[in-house]
Design a protein around this ligand. Structure first.
Ligand code: NAD
Length: 513
């Protein structure tokens, strides 16, 4: 750990069982990978080193896969409510650790303290949801067309599930997948982002304690390693029937193709380019709050971040003035300090991507109305930026993972909806309106083409009870609530003939005389 670490940071690491150099492979026991490279994790707030992780070797990969497979053989035989009991205890453990784990998320990833703790709250909510679900993994019964026959479907566990996650939700996305997969009877292998390895280690430490209490090591596992030792093998491994991958569209294309080649399953949760439409009659105070949190929250590094707004021409000028004023009062700084609304970007690469995008924006004719600069100092801080955009700007069709908001004016609602849909991604979308007609048009089949469509709520901050995910290049996956659990199980259609006859379906006759 770095000498620059403050007392609070050291307390956080100690409470979460993070050693100065942690191992990158675990199945309940940590596996050493001697001679492998060491990954340093730095705080984006000041560039100081927080800790180190030794990357998993190829041998450690094999060991984790074997143990996760063995654990599955046992875990799948446990009644689902008993599996739910383990998740209930995991949720309780997370309740106790909400503050330090949330603070570690802030320290390593850079989101403000309340958002870091909010992420842990999401894990707790997912645990509660999964416990209830463990008694509700329902199948349907169907009416058989043949007399004396019963037909129904049942759901079985799938096997070992790979959970590859992005840096921006280093713990919540794991929970969306792992909590549900666990009550479904699967075991999981968590491969966190290289940008946030320590939060992955902290989560595994919590799991280890709870698994040991319930004699079920190997249900939750961790691998942090190179593409050669971990990333590629996991994608290509036929012992892993499902890969749930969250990250950029580029990553989704690579992983989607790799898993499809072996006819495995994927759940892909990829990039967004989310928009809000504001109609002339909207409550503008509500719209302002929704846009501000959507565009600036998490320093613009949410998959659901508001990246584009469409303002009706009759309200645009006044609303833009209010936005500029609100932007100028945002406190930017140490994410763990009280009162901050925006922390740093995750690392120097993210700052470079932001600065490069700002150059392209200027070249393509965007007018910077507010911000547009990197902030001085060692930290990865940028100004939140407002851009008056036009539809000819190609960059507005891309997801730049930074707090850059493109503003468009519109005169006709149908045109605004068409423009909001005219991007490759299809994650989250919103309309602020008091008009019943406008709201229903937006939600209709010719309205938003996104996986998430909100009225008088911003694009950011989905509740776990719904199925979360997006269409088009966002990948089509669904996670968390509703019936997303079905993605982690295999469906079996069962037909029982309890009669003494042998009729064929569709009335087919096949008798020998
Ligand atoms: P990223 O694509 O760089 O990495 C995501 C994860 O994939 C990391 O763990 C990375 O190591 C791994 N990875 C990348 N290429 C791989 C490969 N070929 N094989 C195996 N693993 C591979 O994304 P990021 O920068 O960490 O996160 C930001 C992106 O994630 C944004 O595009 C954001 O919109 C998206 N995201 C989407 C959702 C969603 O639910 N739709 C949620 C969070 C983030």
């Amino acid at each position: 750990m770095s000498d620059t670490m403050t007392g609070e940071a050291l307390d956080i690491l100690g409470e979460l069982g993070i050693r100065p150099t942690s191992e990158g492979a675990c199945w309940g026991e940590w596996i050493a990978s001697p001679g492998e490279d060491v990954l340093s994790s730095h705080s984006p707030n000041d560039g100081g080193e927080i800790g180190k992780v030794r990357l998993a070797s190829a041998a450690a990969y094999e060991e984790v896969l074997r143990r996760a497979g063995e654990a599955f053989e046992k875990w799948r035989t446990w009644p689902a409510p008993r599996r739910g009991e383990v998740i209930r205890c995991l949720g309780n453990e997370l309740r106790k650790l909400k503050k330090p784990l949330g603070a570690l998320v802030s320290l390593e990833m850079g989101k403000i303290r309340s958002e870091g703790e909010g992420e842990v709250q999401e894990m707790i909510d997912m645990a509660d949801f999964a416990v209830g679900l463990s008694r509700q993994l329902y199948g349907l019964t169907m009416q058989s067309e043949r007399p004396g026959h019963r037909m129904y479907e049942q759901w079985h566990p799938l096997g070992v599930v790979g959970v590859i996650t992005a840096f921006n939700f280093p713990v919540a996305v794991w929970a969306w997948n792992a909590m549900i997969a666990a009550v479904c009877g699967d075991t999981t292998i968590f491969k966190p982002s290289h940008r946030t390895p320590l939060t992955g280690i902290a989560v595994q430490n919590v799991c280890n304690r709870v698994m040991d209490e319930h004699d079920c090591r190997g249900v939750f596992n961790l691998l942090i390693g190179s593409r050669a030792n971990v990333g590629d093998p996991l994608v290509n491994d036929r012992r892993v029937p499902l890969i749930s991958a969250t990250g950029s569209c580029r990553m989704g294309r690579a992983i989607g193709a790799g898993v499809a080649k072996r006819l495995g399953r994927t759940i892909l949760e990829l990039g967004g380019n989310n928009a809000i439409i504001v109609t002339p009659d909207a409550d503008l105070d509500m719209a302002l709050r929704g846009i501000l949190f959507g565009a600036v929250g998490t320093a613009g590094q949410r998959c659901t971040t508001t990246r584009r707004i469409f303002l009706h021409e009759s309200i645009a000028a006044g609303f833009i003035d209010r936005l500029k004023k609100a932007y100028s009062s945002i406190r930017i700084g140490d994410p763990l300090e009280d009162g901050m609304l925006m922390g740093p970007l995750v690392d120097e690469d993210a700052v470079t991507e932001c600065v490069n995008a700002l150059e392209v924006i200027r070249r393509q004719g965007g007018e910077i109305l507010y911000g547009g600069n990197r902030l001085p100092g060692n930290g990865c801080f940028v100004e939140p930026t407002l851009v008056m955009a036009h539809t000819g700007m190609a960059i507005t069709k891309d997801e730049t993972f930074a707090p850059i908001l493109y503003i468009f004016e519109y005169s006709d609602l149908e045109d605004a909806i068409r423009a909001q849909n005219d991007v490759d991604q299809g994650l989250s979308s919103s309309i602020f309106t008091k008009s019943f007609h406008a709201a229903e048009t937006f939600l209709s089949a010719r309205g938003s083409d996104c996986g998430i469509a909100n009225v008088n709520i911003g694009t950011s901050g989905a509740e776990i009870g719904g199925a979360f995910g997006g269409e088009k290049d966002t990948g089509g996956g669904r996670e968390a609530g509703s019936d997303a659990w079905k993605g982690y199980m295999r469906r079996q259609t069962c037909t029982l003939n309890w009669s003494t006859e042998m009729p064929l379906a569709q009335g087919v006759e096949f008798d020998v005389s």
